[in-house]
Design a protein around this ligand. Structure first.
Ligand code: SF4
Ligand code: SF4
Length: 132
């Protein structure tokens, strides 16, 4: 399961300086895969992937350290009314989230998404968006 972590430098936790994720791994024994991290001088956002069975435990530990945690069930959302199955998103996605079925209709496996945003920019029909 993917969890999107958000924090500010003024908050209790500061993954830019403190080893927050390493601490959670040590305390819980859960292996955490960091898929994306954007951290600047004021705030940060980190996307992690954890086993579904351990997600609640990891979430609790992070929240106790002051990290805001959002579960990303459908990281990327397709508007089926707008999509014309052109396939432009297939070629830009580095995670193979998109594919065609036997009838050349677009399939989306959003669990693989790492929120890079390339498909949103590439879609000529603005059919893709990120989970809000
Ligand atoms: S790029 Fe947009 S319109 Fe084309 S297949 Fe992907 S979602 Fe559909
Ligand atoms: S945001 Fe990036 S990883 Fe996610 S579906 Fe789009 S191109 Fe693929």
């Amino acid at each position: 399961m993917k969890l999107l972590l958000a924090f500010t430098r003024k908050g209790k936790a500061d993954p830019g300086r403190e080893p927050v994720i390493a601490r959670v791994v040590k305390e819980t024994g859960v292996l955490i895969n960091v898929e994306k991290a954007n951290i600047d001088s004021m705030a940060g956002e980190v996307l992690i992937d954890v086993p579904d069975a351990d997600a609640a435990l990891v979430r609790r530990h992070l929240e106790e350290m002051g990290v805001a945690v959002r579960v990303m069930e459908n990281a990327i959302i397709r508007d089926e009314d707008e999509c014309v199955d052109c396939g432009a998103c297939i070629s830009v996605c580095p995670q193979e989230v998109f594919s065609f079925d036997a009838e050349w209709r677009l399939c989306v496996d959003s669990k693989r998404c790492v929120l890079c945003g390339k498909c949103i920019r590439a879609c000529p029909h603005s059919a893709l968006s990120q989970q809000g």
